[in-house]
Write a protein that binds this ligand. Structure first.
Ligand SMILES: NC(=O)c1ccc[n+]([C@@H]2O[C@H](COP(=O)([O-])OP(=O)(O)OC[C@H]3O[C@@H](n4cnc5c(N)ncnc54)[C@H](O)[C@@H]3O)[C@@H](O)[C@H]2O)c1
Length: 352
């Protein structure tokens, strides 16, 4: 079988995980790279032995030899690039979030139907080993029905600046950036129930705290602290038609004692914690058991997670599998995220 020829669009921080994972996959060929910043594209091209370098994704998409693209650009370009790529007959793996608005999400979904191509949303945590383990427990009805999930992704100091903190390019702050991962993970493992309503709050009380000294934090490739138009933190209650609910809070900055990442699911036969460490909680013979699976990595393994996601995408491109993070799930997630922003703005619950 001939190799799947891949073009990576956006050559910033996360592109490294895509490039490395494609390079490790014997079914993939790194064929082209594109970035608005030519120097950045050239540097990655050199590192990965890519000979075709573009600064305009439209020129790249005109090449019929490109089979599929990874979109690793700012959130505001995910929808236009996805639509153009699908219409040019390419399969697409786009980074999360799918886009910035529900309208854009629906336009991308239409392009998927029109083109007959696949768009895989980069919900990388769905592909991770700890998620796959819990999924198999759920599929075997070990935990019963999950009726409640709780997730936190708290950074006490971690506004990455640059495009991340410019709402025009990002669509929002920690909610759309990291909240999307943990909300999606809970929703996916709950069996993707239909969302009924959301009630959310966003706060812009602390700013980006670029003044803080002596504590390092993650910064965007083009770090710039002068513009910050996104929330510092958000919380939300998401209700589903089957009665289940998710409670979530996320932050770029908060006066918290330490960073926190937790993802917890509660079912009527058992519970599970995916983060900070995988564990399964159940009851047997009138005794409560906390079970620790004996696996290599009890938390999300960033490198392995991306490799699994990209290996899966290559099999999708080869027609061997259907993606497990299809466009319609990206659309649902945009409804939830945008609903939370709308709820916060209006100060009331939003019903779908
Ligand atoms: N799955 C994850 O865990 C994860 C982690 C980090 C980032 N991301 C996502 O990846 C995307 C990129 O994030 P990043 O941290 O790499 O940002 P980054 O700023 O480091 O890199 C983005 C790059 O995209 C380029 N770019 C922007 N618009 C472009 C366009 N229209 N055409 C060509 N190039 C363009 C920029 O010049 C920049 O080099 C975002 O959507 C982000 O949400 C996902």
């Amino acid at each position: 079988m001939s190799k799947v020829r891949i073009a990576v669009i956006g050559a910033g921080s996360i592109s490294e995980m895509h490039l490395k994972s494609y390079q490790n996959n014997p079914g993939a060929e790194l064929y082209a790279i594109c970035d608005l910043n030519e120097e950045r594209a050239k540097a990655k091209a050199e590192k990965y032995g890519i000979t075709r370098i573009y600064t305009d994704y439209k020129e790249l998409l005109a090449d019929p030899e490109v089979d599929a693209v990874s979109i690793c650009t700012w959130n505001n370009s995910h929808a236009p690039i996805s639509i153009a790529a699908l219409d040019a007959g390419k399969n697409v793996l786009t980074e999360k979030p799918l886009c910035k608005t529900v309208g854009e999400a629906m336009a991308v979904e239409e392009a998927v139907h029109r083109s007959g191509k696949t768009l895989q949303v980069g919900f990388v945590r769905r592909y991770a080993s700890n998620t796959r383990i819990i999924k198999s427990f759920l599929e075997n009805d070990e935990l019963g029905e999950i009726y409640y999930a709780k997730a936190s992704c708290i950074r006490r100091l971690g506004n990455p600046g640059g495009w991340f903190s410019d709402v025009e390019r990002s669509g929002g702050g920690p909610l759309i950036d990291v909240g999307v991962h943990v909300i999606d993970l809970c929703w996916y493992l709950m069996g993707r129930p239909k969302v009924k309503s959301v009630s959310g709050n966003t706060y812009k009380r602390l700013g980006n705290r670029a003044n803080v000294k002596n504590l390092a934090f993650y910064k965007a490739a083009d770090y710039d602290a002068s513009r910050n138009t996104v929330e510092d933190m958000a919380n939300a209650l998401i209700r589903f038609e089957n009665g289940a609910s998710i409670l979530v809070d996320v932050s770029f900055t908060l006066h918290a004692k330490e960073d926190e990442l937790t993802v917890k699911l509660y079912g009527d036969k058992g519970g599970a914690e995916l983060e900070p460490q995988l564990s399964i909680i159940t009851e047997k013979h009138d005794t409560i058991l906390n079970i620790t699976p004996q696996i290599n990595n009890l938390s999300f393994d960033f490198v392995a997670g991306f490799q699994d996601e990209i290996n899966y995408f290559i099999e999708v491109c080869q027609g061997k599998k259907e993606t497990i993070s299809p466009v319609q799930d990206g659309v649902e997630m945009m409804k939830i995220l945008c609903g939370i922003y709308e709820s916060s703005e209006k100060g009331e619950e939003i019903h779908f």
